[in-house]
Design a protein around this ligand. Structure first.
Ligand code: NAD
Ligand code: IPM
Ligand code: MN
Length: 342
């Protein structure tokens, strides 16, 4: 699903990479987000949801843009499509790996010695919290309800602990337990899951405001960061700058509760970047790295996933820099540079 803004530009890159990898596959393309609002009056149609359910994996670029921005609570929004699809497919676990490449240490606004050695994974809860609680709006009031069940916290905690076991065995659980009841429940449940099954994993609690600060002051000390939906959204954009640009950060959304063989959704962390759409300035690497996550988690094609990731690494080592990374390469030039290394 190419979506809106720079979405179609970077999706074209991803499809070229799949072809170049020789992955035997069939692709179906569907309008999504603003493009679907224009065509069908809704960001996500029942037909598109069904097509996603039938697929082995869903690859998404980005949705949204000023054309559909509105403060009218009753008007359709592109982002509703994204939230609706995550919910429909049961994608409660959003994995956002942050692995700054040495070649890009100097492309980050942070000093190299802060970033060196950073390799962290944000595990963001994706189908609960304030994103999905009841919303109200009157002429004088508005409210968003933040709600979590114990079961929702348990399952995301397990994903984080399991992930830590395949990495450096450390989990930082981020909450706002000094203020929010949902966070106090979160903290208690995370510790229960830890005590029951994961005492071999190191667990620390960090309040979210402190975590936001620690992410830029000592990022290399983090391994797995597990947190609720809204905190994970904000902290992952912040963490993106450790890699030099939001245009570098991929994500995988997994869950499998959307039915048997339920597919994962793979998309960059960034949005549709309407400010640079149709200028050739879009960095396609987050999209390519999301495609690699799809090959790995979604299709079980480990060798092809590794080949694509390493082609991205080597293109950057060889000097590839799009504008967001301080260079001049266009989307097409970046695509060519990676394909040349594939
Ligand atoms: P954004 O991530 O689209 O852009 C933020 C800034 O980063 C912009 O200056 C943009 O030019 C730059 N940027 C983002 N991706 C880039 C890339 N690949 N290459 C180079 N530069 C890049 O965030 P925003 O401007 O706050 O949101 C724009 C729209 O995207 C909104 O409608 C928002 O709701 C939507 N959005 C969608 C998704 C998604 O589809 N998953 C994610 C985030 C935001
Ligand atoms: C993201 C995006 C989405 C989110 C928006 C577009 C709904 O910011 O994937 O990080 O907040 O989850
Ligand atoms: Mn976001």
């Amino acid at each position: 699903m190419p979506g809106d803004g720079i979405g179609p530009e970077i999706m074209a890159t991803a499809l070229q990479a799949l072809d170049a990898l020789g992955v035997d596959h069939t692709t179906e393309e569907h309008l999504f987000g603003g493009a679907a609002i224009d065509a069908y009056g809704a960001a996500l149609t029942e037909e598109t949801t069904e097509a996603c359910r039938r697929a082995d994996a869903v690859l998404l670029a980005a949705v949204g843009g000023p054309r559909w921005d509105t403060t009218d609570p009753d008007a359709p929004r592109p982002e509703q499509g994204l939230l609706g699809l995550r919910k429909a497919l049961g994608l409660f676990a959003n994995l956002r790996p942050v692995r700054p490449l040495p070649a890009l240490y100097d492309a980050s606004p942070l000093r190299r010695e802060r970033i060196e050695g950073t390799d962290l994974l944000v595990v963001r809860e994706l189908t609960g919290g304030i994103y999905f609680g009841e919303k109200t709006r009157t002429a004088t009031d508005a409210s968003d309800l933040c709600h979590y069940t114990v079961a929702e916290v348990r399952r995301i905690a397990r994903v984080a602990f399991e992930a830590a076991r395949t990495r450096s065995n450390r989990v930082a659980s981020v909450d706002k337990a000094n203020v929010m009841e949902t966070s106090r429940q979160w903290r208690q449940v995370v510790h229960e899951v830890h005590a029951e099954e994961f005492t071999d994993v190191q667990l620390e609690d960090i309040l979210v405001d402190n975590a936001a600060m620690q992410l830029v002051s000592r990022p290399a000390d983090f391994d797995v960061i597990v947190t609720e939906n809204l905190f994970g959204d904000i902290l992952s954009d912040e963490a993106a700058m450790l890699t030099g640009s939001i245009g570098m950060l991929p994500s995988a959304s997994l869950g499998g509760a959307g039915g048997p063989g339920s597919p994962g959704l793979f998309e960059p962390v960034h949005g549709s970047a309407p400010d640079i759409a149709a200028t050739g300035a879009a960095n396609p690497l987050a999209m390519l790295l999301s495609t690699a996550l799809m090959l790995h988690h979604g299709l079980g094609l480990q060798a092809q996933a590794a080949a694509l990731e390493s082609a991205v690494d080597r293109a950057l080592d060889a000097g590839l820099r799009t504008r967001d990374l301080g260079g001049t390469a266009t989307t097409n030039e970046a695509t060519r540079a990676v394909l040349d290394h594939l």
